[in-house]
Ligand binder design. Structure first.
Ligand SMILES: [Zn+2]
Length: 353
């Protein structure tokens, strides 16, 4: 018969390992043990390959909609008044030293934006929490990566429009389409993830995975009163940022970018970054940022967690650092923002692919 000590040892070891597994945030390790959906992939499949980081050339616009493979979940109630507008940060109680790292996954109708898999691997290694704002078409062109993000309890997913539409230029119908096509793609992948979970005997673990997207990020940060009202009517909270992580990345080193974020970040900050393969220094700056945040006493949280803990600070216009600094994008990206400029094509705002 084993001694009490030998029976306790595995429990103590598990507790010790769990304490190492949560350098930044006590929430995550429990949730990881509870969910286990990442076990649907081998470590090699989770890590991905160099091919994930290849950005596709500008080609013919893909105007196809996602197949309606799975019914759309019901939309939540309209967004409550205090959550409307463009949320730039969340005012938190003084003792809550949390920041939200957010990663956009933008993709337009006429290119493939790639996936910086090293960013996600790093977040997993460091047990950091994050919010990914995924374009619907990006989810369709990167289905395994999208399902892996959905399956990971460290992460939450928000809507970043179907083909990166500039909502400031769009009608109510076009805005609704950008949102709902993304929801359809999300629902399709969620059903596929659920099928994988059933096959692996993990169906009960799907209960934790949100069924619909309730956060959204404005492509180009561009908004209008019509866009904000339409999104609020659909039950979305619009999440912007108070710290632009990759600002002028071509002129700064990863160290300078990380240091600027560390200087600007305060409790409740929302940091804009990207995990498609378009910005070039995000992975390198993140390697410096995560230990830097820890040294300053910060933990990472998802945007949803910030919102649950504090009071959102919102404005009525989306922008990068000062109001109006992004209106230039209206004239830079054709097809109401849905197209990457092609020198061979004349600039047009319509039709929207
Ligand atoms: Zn974007």
């Amino acid at each position: 018969m084993p001694s009490i000590g030998s029976r306790l040892y595995p429990l103590l070891l598990a507790a010790l390992l769990a304490s190492f597994a949560m350098p930044g945030n006590g929430l995550a390790a429990d949730m990881l043990n509870e969910t286990g959906l990442l076990g649907l992939w081998t470590p090699a499949k989770l890590a991905g390959t160099d091919a994930d980081r290849v950005v596709g050339p500008v080609g013919e616009p893909d105007a196809t909609a996602p197949e309606p493979l799975s019914p759309l979940p019901p939309r939540p109630a309209p967004t409550p008044r205090h959550m409307r507008g463009c949320i730039r940060r969340v005012a938190l109680p003084a003792e809550k030293k949390l920041v939200a790292l957010t990663f956009d996954l933008c993709e337009r109708a006429n290119n493939i934006a790639g996936f910086e898999n090293r960013i996600v691997a790093l977040l997993r290694r460091e047990n950091a929490r994050a919010t990914f704002f995924a374009g619907g078409k990006w989810m369709r062109s990167h289905p395994e990566a999208a399902m892996q993000l959905m399956a990971d309890p460290r992460f939450e997913i928000g809507n970043h429009a179907w083909t990166h539409g500039n909502l400031a230029l769009m009608t109510r119908e076009e805005i609704g389409k950008q949102m709902l096509l993304t929801e359809q793609q999300h629902a399709n992948l969620l059903a596929e993830l659920g099928g994988k979970a059933v096959t692996a005997g993990l169906a009960d673990r799907m209960a934790r995975v949100p069924q619909s997207l309730t956060l959204m990020r404005l492509p180009y940060g561009r908004s209008s009163e019509l866009a904000l009202n339409t999104l609020a009517d659909m039950g979305y909270a619009v999440i912007q940022w108070d710290v632009e992580g990759e600002r002028d990345e071509e002129r700064h080193s990863p160290r300078e970018l990380a240091d600027r974020i560390l200087t600007l970040a305060r409790p409740g900050s929302i940091v804009l970054l990207h995990a498609n393969a378009v910005p070039h220094k995000t992975y390198e700056l993140l390697k410096l940022l995560l230990p830097g945040l820890r040294n300053k006493g910060f933990s990472t949280a998802t945007v949803g967690e910030l919102l649950a803990l504090g009071r959102p600070e919102a404005v009525r216009d989306g922008y990068f650092t000062v109001p109006g600094d992004n209106s230039k994008y209206d004239a830079m990206f054709p097809g109401k923002g849905t197209l990457k400029p092609d020198p061979a094509r004349p600039f047009v705002h319509a039709p929207v692919p």
